[in-house]
Write a protein that binds this ligand. Sequence first.
Ligand code: SF4
Ligand code: SF4
Length: 499
Amino acid sequence: MKMFRIKGGIHPDERKDLAAGKAIETVPLPSLLRIPLQQHIGAPAVTVVEKGDEVKKGQVLASARGPVSAAIHAPTSGRISAIGRFVAPHPSGLPGQTITMRPDGKDEWGELPAPIEDPFAVEPDVIAERVAASGIVGMGGATFPSAVKLGLRNRNKLETLVINAAECEPYLTCDDRMMRERSEAVIDGIRILRHALGVERAIIAIEGNKPEALAALKAVCSANQFKDVLIARVPTRYPMGSEKHLVQTLTGKETPARALTADIGVVVHNVATCYAIREAVRFGRPLISRIVTVSGGAMKRTGNFEVPIGTPISHLIDHCDGFNKEPDRLLLGGPMMGQPIASTRTSIVKGSNGVLALCPDETPARQTMPCIRCASCVSACPCGLTPFEMAGHIRKEELDAAVKIGLLDCIACGSCAWVCPASIPLVQYFNYAKGKLTAQQRAKHKQEETKRLTQFREERMERQKRAKQEAMARMKAEREAKKKAEAEKKRAKQETIGA
Ligand code: SF4
Ligand code: SF4
């Protein structure tokens, strides 16, 4: 298959060998599961259970709120022991609304939706509804509700489904292991998704550093003579897994800034999402667990683990026998785009693909120096930006100027910071600026909303005042008319008596 070159990109040390050879292992249930209501992009789910409720595995705990949201289901059977705020899996370490559940050890399934025996014989909307009801979100880390992406077929003219199996972040091997060990189910999920989107072909994009996974998927397609699934071996280069870059590599088409790949006829889904969709469609099972890579030089034992959603990170680390040395960095996700873990009491959520405990020699502390204008960051940027220039503006708090030269097109891949010989934490600058812009936008929105509500209130009060004055005037007029009529009546009566 013909490939197209994309700009920039880097070759960080892969370190996938630490976990790639380890088969998926099931993690035993912890004594408590903490399940956050915000595990996806969009509105947090709304709790439909109460403290003290006994729930079954797969039962809905919280339902989707609004069009961009996702339902949350019980990862096992047990009792709801608390509903309240608990430290969220976010670098801020701030609390978020969380359901705490105590497993009963029976792991009993509740009533599930009926399996769809022939997914290729049902209307695409039936599959989209099942995906929505199963709480499936993008499992590559983006966590965008998958049913919303399936709905794009009603908005865009779609031609191709691209399956993101690049797994370009160093250390992570969970998708690799899934493709090797569950290749038939993965291909089935991809074909179901292709049917649900109404496109003719699906292309699986997989980096060349996963030969076993590549061979396993090819074997399934050729044994079944599937013509609707193509497998593309894409170059091993970070950030190949970025949606827009993957689409450009495969189709040569560039997605315009701030547009969706669907706008150029392509929809991208992560390979693990396809597996989850197949589970939901063929067996009625909602998304209640995921595969997580545990790796890094500070871990005693590394591997790939099937983990119930809501499992505390500390439980997973204990299952891997803990640390062999004090980790220098503890990350949720890969080393390039992962987030620092503020507390190991936080949970594995739907988008958690890795837990990394890195030791000092994996995260060399380098001293930041002034920019030497070498332009290495410019060459590395896959989005064609000028990172040193954006950082310069941000340092001077000139956020509008940074936006003008593309800040909002930055995908925060970290390639620029990785190549910078002056060790300037470029991506931190960009994340800081984006966070500040979002806060400013939120404040502006709030201000506008307050202004709108004040104006609305004033108009309402004015209307009420006017209505009251009109009513008073009406009453006065009625009173005077009545008085006049009575006087008229009295006068007429007196005239009759006088006559
Ligand atoms: S973090 Fe942003 S600016 Fe830096 S290389 Fe990635 S996309 Fe470009
Ligand atoms: S790579 Fe670093 S030193 Fe070189 S131009 Fe970019 S910011 Fe400056």
